[in-house]
Design a protein around this ligand. Structure first.
Ligand SMILES: [Zn+2]
Length: 81
């Protein structure tokens, strides 16, 4: 069986099921709890963003993930713009 590790918290995903127990975002694999953190972080930031811009949204998500990969967790409280 293929072993899959979350790129953010580096924990192994037991029984990886795409879109169920792990989530792919570009070249990154996220476990369920890191994905939840990412969604929460994005929600905080998106709330004040009008009009909504998908390119911006996509870039924001990747930046949050890349930051999370370095710090081993997604910073939910991040409200940088
Ligand atoms: Zn994780």
């Amino acid at each position: 069986m293929k072993h899959l590790f979350c790129d953010v918290c580096k924990k192994e995903v037991i029984e990886p099921i795409p879109s169920r127990t792990f989530f792919q975002l570009r070249e990154y694999d996220l476990c369920e709890s890191c994905r939840d953190d990412l969604e929460a972080a994005v929600k905080y930031t998106v709330r004040d963003k009008k009009p909504f811009d998908f390119a911006w949204f996509d870039k924001l998500r990747i930046e949050l993930v890349q930051d999370g990969v370095k710090k081993n967790k997604i910073n939910v409280a991040k409200v940088s713009r």
